[in-house]
Design a binder for this molecule. Structure first.
Ligand code: FES
Length: 139
């Protein structure tokens, strides 16, 4: 008997708070469920190639609505306060830890590059100096 555990895909976390937006009846809206859209809280097609799909919705009256930014609300596309509950706070902490890790890796890569560039510069300066010292004696 094999046991495979499928884990649900985790959306990106564009914002740990809702997006206040003015919406009108008679229009179709597409809420981004993947969190990758650059036009939050609406879909811009960035989900393509993933298992996420935008959530199509309409509203009954023209007013300000609060659309989910943490992408975890049970009532999506509308905010239900999940971003302030344990599930939302846990996800936000994971997001911050990942962002911190990404920054550390970027810093480490840049530090290695700086060391390499410094070493290369020293080698180049020494080579030029040796050339200018040695070559005149061989002419
Ligand atoms: S860009 Fe996120 S669902 Fe389309």
């Amino acid at each position: 008997m094999s046991t495979t555990t499928e884990t649900a895909p985790v959306p990106d976390l564009p914002r740990a708070a809702p997006y206040p937006v003015d919406l009108e009846p008679g229009k179709d809206y597409y809420w981004c469920s993947c969190g990758k859209s650059q036009n939050q809280p609406f879909c811009d097609g960035s989900h393509k190639g993933s298992s996420f799909k935008p959530v199509k919705f309409t509203v009954d009256e023209a007013k300000k609505y609060f659309l989910c930014g943490c992408k975890l609300a049970e009532s999506a596309p509308f905010c239900d306060g999940t971003h302030r509950k344990e599930k939302g706070l846990k996800r936000y902490n994971e997001f911050l830890l990942k962002a911190n890790q990404d920054l550390k890796e970027k810093y480490d890569r840049e530090a290695k590059l700086r060391k390499l560039m410094t070493a290369s510069t020293v080698v180049a300066v020494v080579a030029i100096a040796v050339y200018h010292i040695v070559v005149p004696y061989h002419k």
